[in-house]
Ligand binder design. Structure first.
Ligand code: AGP
Length: 613
C-alpha cells in the first residue's frame, strides 16, 4: 500500500524519511524512493523493489539535505519500475511530488499537457499533477497556490505532498477525499508529514490530521492550515499515545471505523497494477491462468467462511454473468463432509482474509486430493491459503485488525469483478468494447466509495432507530442478496442484535410472518435489475406495519414515501454495486454497536482468525 513520509528541520532528511518508510513497510509496496533538496537542487533516489534496494542506492549515491519527501508505491498506473516509482519531478526539475490515490481523469489531463508540449518521464497518473503545478508556478504563483489550482483539476481521492527547490523551506501537503490520511507531525524546531502515524511516531506524538479539502504549508518551525480554496483554518494539534497499536488507530475511535474509512485506499490499491484501462485487460500475474485453461474449465467452486463466503456469493453472479462459467459457492466447513464433486476440470477458489481459517484450509486440501486447480484470494501474504494454492490473488486491503471484516470484504469483491473480466476475456464471452467499459467503471469506484463514506452522519442518525431493537430482517435480491447477508452478519457480530437475511423473494414463503413494528426490515433497493422486485417487497412489508430502512440510489423518488429511513448511495454500475451498498450497512452496524456500548473491535466470543474447526 502506498506510504508517504516528509521532513523539514535541522537534521539530515534522508535517514529520517527512510526510517519512516521502513515503518510502513508491513503494508506492502513494490517500489520506493525519496527526494531531498541538496545545495538548492532536487535530488531523487528511487528504485523498483523493496527498501533494501533504495538503501543500496542511497549508499552508492548519498543525498544530504534538510528537507525531503519519500514514498513507498503500490503500482496503480504503470508497472512497478524505477521510472514509475515516486517521487516524480516536473520538467523544470524544480518541483517534486509523492502521491497516494488515482487521478481518475489522468488521460484527458495528460492529453491536455501533451498538447502544451509537456513530455512524460513515467507511465503514472501522478506525473500529471507535478506538471500541472509547474504550469501554474510558471505563471508566477507560489507552490501552495499553484498546488491549489492543480488540485482543483483532479478527479478522485488523493493524498499529496509537494516540495520545490524554488521555495526550499517548505513542504505542501493536501488531502482530497479519502485515499488514506495525511498527518502533520509537530516536533521541536522540526516538522514531519506522513500518510500514517507509525511513520513519524518515534519523532513526535503531536499531530494534526488533515481533513478532505485541506492543505498544510509546513516549515521547520510550524505550519499553516488552509482550505483548498485558500481560506485560513485553525489547526487542532492533538497528542497521540506512544502505544503503537493505539497510535495506529489515528483519528478513529475504533479499528473497525478506521478500516471502513480505509476503503477508498484499499479499493485503489486493489485495482492498482492489475488493470490496463486503455485495453480493458486484467493482469493477475500470480494466478497462472492461461487461455487454454480458461476455455477447458467446466465449473468453479468458491469456498469460504463468513464474510469471505458472502464475497464468494457476489463472485458467483459476476463470473456467471460475464464469463458464462457455472459457479457454486460452498461453505468451507461443509465442503469436505459431503463428498464434493470436483475434478481436474474444476477450479476451487478459496477466499480468506487471514488465509489461516481452518475450515477453509481443510476445504482446500480436500479439493487438492480430488485433483482440482486450487486458487485463493487472501489478504495476508504468505498465509497458508496462499501457500497451498496453485494461483493467488492478494487483496491489497492492508492489515485488518477489527474482528468484524470490512475492507477485506470489499477488496475481494473487486478482485472477483476483475477475475470475471479476465475469465470472460480468455473465454471470449465479452468483446473489447465491453471490457473497456467494465474497466472504466472500475476506475470510478474509489470515488463512489468515498461518496458513501461522506454520508456517515446520516447513517449514524438511522442507527438510533436500531439501538433498542431485538431483531432485524435484511432483504436483498440478485447481486445484492449477499449484501443482505453481510449486513446482517455485521450487525449481529458487533451489536448482538439478532439479524436474519433473506433473498427478498423468499419473504412470502415464511419470514413475512415475523414482520411487525418491532422488527425493522433493512431492504437493499438500489437501481439494479432487481429494483422493481424489491419495491414490491417493501410495499408488502409496509402493508403489514413493518418499519423499513431502505438502501437506495440517489435521485430515487419512489422510495422516500415508502421507507421510514433511507441510506442513500451514489449511482453505481450494478455489477459493482455491492461495493457501495455494503458501506452504509457496515456503518450502520458500527454506529448501532457504539450506541449500545459494545466492544466493536473485539466482540464477545469471536476471534479474528478462526484456526480451529
Ligand atoms: C467477519 O466479520 C467475520 N469476523 C468472519 O465471518 C470471517 O469473515 C470468517 O471467520 C472468515 O475469516 P477469513 O476471511 O480470515 O477466512
Amino acid at each position: 500500500m502506498c506510504g508517504i513520509v516528509g521532513y523539514v528541520g535541522p537534521r539530515d532528511a534522508a535517514p529520517i524519511i527512510f526510517g519512516g518508510l521502513k515503518r510502513l513497510e508491513y503494508r506492502g509496496y513494490d517500489s520506493a524512493g525519496l527526494a531531498v533538496v541538496e545545495d538548492g537542487k532536487i535530488q531523487v533516489r528511487r528504485d523498483a523493489g523493496k527498501l533494501d534496494r533504495l538503501a543500496a542506492l542511497l549508499e552508492a549515491q548519498p543525498v544530504h539535505g534538510l528537507i525531503g519527501i519519500g514514498h513507498t508505491r503500490w503500482a496503480t498506473h504503470g508497472e512497478p519500475t524505477a521510472r514509475n516509482a515516486h517521487p516524480h519531478v516536473g520538467a523544470s526539475g524544480e518541483v517534486v511530488i509523492v502521491h497516494n490515490g488515482i487521478v481518475e481523469n489522468f488521460l484527458p489531463l495528460r492529453e491536455e499537457l501533451a498538447a502544451e508540449g509537456v513530455t512524460f518521464g513515467s507511465d503514472t497518473d501522478t506525473e500529471v499533477i507535478v506538471h500541472l503545478v509547474e504550469r501554474y508556478m510558471s505563471l508566477g504563483q507560489d507552490l501552495a497556490t499553484a498546488a491549489q489550482h492543480a488540485l482543483a483539476m483532479l478527479k478522485g481521492a488523493h493524498g499529496i505532498v509537494l516540495m520545490s527547490s524554488r521555495e526550499p523551506d517548505k513542504i505542501v501537503a493536501a488531502r482530497l477525499g479519502n485515499a488514506g490520511g495525511v498527518v502533520v507531525g509537530v516536533g521541536e524546531g522540526e516538522m514531519f508529514v506522513a500518510s500514517d502515524i507509525p511513520a513519524i511516531l518515534e519523532h513526535t506524538r503531536r499531530v494534526t490530521f488533515l481533513e478532505s479539502g485541506q492543505m498544510a504549508v509546513i516549515r521547520k518551525d510550524g505550519f499553516d492550515l488552509r482550505s483548498l480554496d485558500g481560506k485560513s483554518l485553525r489547526a487542532i494539534v492533538q497528542t497521540v499515545p506512544w502505544d503503537p497499536v493505539a497510535a495506529e488507530k489515528g483519528e478513529y475511535k475504533h479499528f473497525m471505523l478506521k478500516e471502513i474509512h480505509e476503503q477508498v485506499r484499499s479499493t485503489t490499491d486493489t485495482i492498482g497494477g492489475r488493470v490496463d484501462f486503455e485495453t480493458g485487460r486484467i493482469l493477475f500475474s500470480q494466478l497462472g491462468l492461461t487461455a487454454e485453461m480458461a476455455k477447458r474449465v467446466r465449473r468453479m467452486v468458491i469456498t469460504a467462511c463468513g464474510t469471505a463466503g458472502h464475497a464468494g456469493m457476489v463472485g458467483k453472479v459476476l463470473i456467471e454473468r460475464l464469463a458464462r462459467l457455472p459457479v457454486e459457492v460452498d461453505i468451507a466447513s461443509e465442503f469436505r463432509y459431503r463428498d464434493p464433486l470436483v475434478d481436474r476440470d474444476t477450479i476451487v477458489l478459496a477466499i480468506s482474509q487471514s488465509g489461516e481459517t481452518a475450515d477453509t484450509l481443510a476445504a482446500m486440501e480436500e479439493a487438492r486430493k480430488r485433483g482440482a486447480t486450487l486458487w485463493s484470494i487472501v489478504n495476508v501474504v504468505g498465509s497458508q491459503a496462499m501457500r497451498l494454492a496453485d494461483g493467488t490473488i492478494t487483496m491489497q486491503a492492508g492489515p485488518e485488525i477489527g474482528v468484524a471484516s470490512s475492507k477485506a470484504f470489499t477488496a475481494p469483491l473487486i478482485d472477483l469483478y476483475m477475475l470475471a473480466i479476465l475469465l470472460a476475456d480468455l473465454r471470449d464471452t465479452v468483446d473489447g468494447t465491453r471490457r473497456r467499459q467494465l474497466t472504466a467503471d472500475l476506475r470510478r469506484l474509489p470515488d463512489l466509495v468515498g461518496q458513501c463514506l461522506e454520508r456517515e452522519k446520516a447513517v449514524e442518525e438511522v442507527a438510533w432507530s436500531l439501538k433498542d431493537v431485538a431483531h432485524c430482517l435484511f432483504l436483498g435480491r440478485g447481486i445484492n442478496m449477499p449484501i443482505a447477508y453481510e449486513g446482517a452478519l455485521k450487525l449481529k457480530e458487533i451489536s448482538y442484535i439478532h439479524a436474519e437475511a433473506y433473498p427478498g423473494g423468499e419473504m412470502k414463503h415464511g419470514p413475512i410472518a415475523l414482520v411487525d413494528k418491532e422488527m425493522p426490515v433493512i431492504a437493499i433497493a438500489t437501481r439494479d435489475p432487481w429494483y422493481e422486485k424489491m419495491i414490491s417487497q417493501i410495499e408488502q412489508t409496509k402493508a403489514r406495519g413493518g418499519i423499513v430502512i431502505a438502501v437506495a440510489t440517489d435521485g430515487d423518488d419512489l422510495l422516500p414515501p415508502l421507507a421510514d429511513h433511507i441510506l442513500w448511495v451514489p449511482p453505481t454500475p450494478w455489477l459493482l454495486s455491492p461495493v457501495t451498498t455494503v458501506i452504509p450497512l457496515q456503518l450502520l452496524a458500527y454506529h448501532t454497536a457504539v450506541l449500545r456500548g459494545a466492544d466493536v473491535d473485539q466482540p464477545r466470543n469471536l476471534a479474528k482468525s478462526v484456526t480451529v474447526e
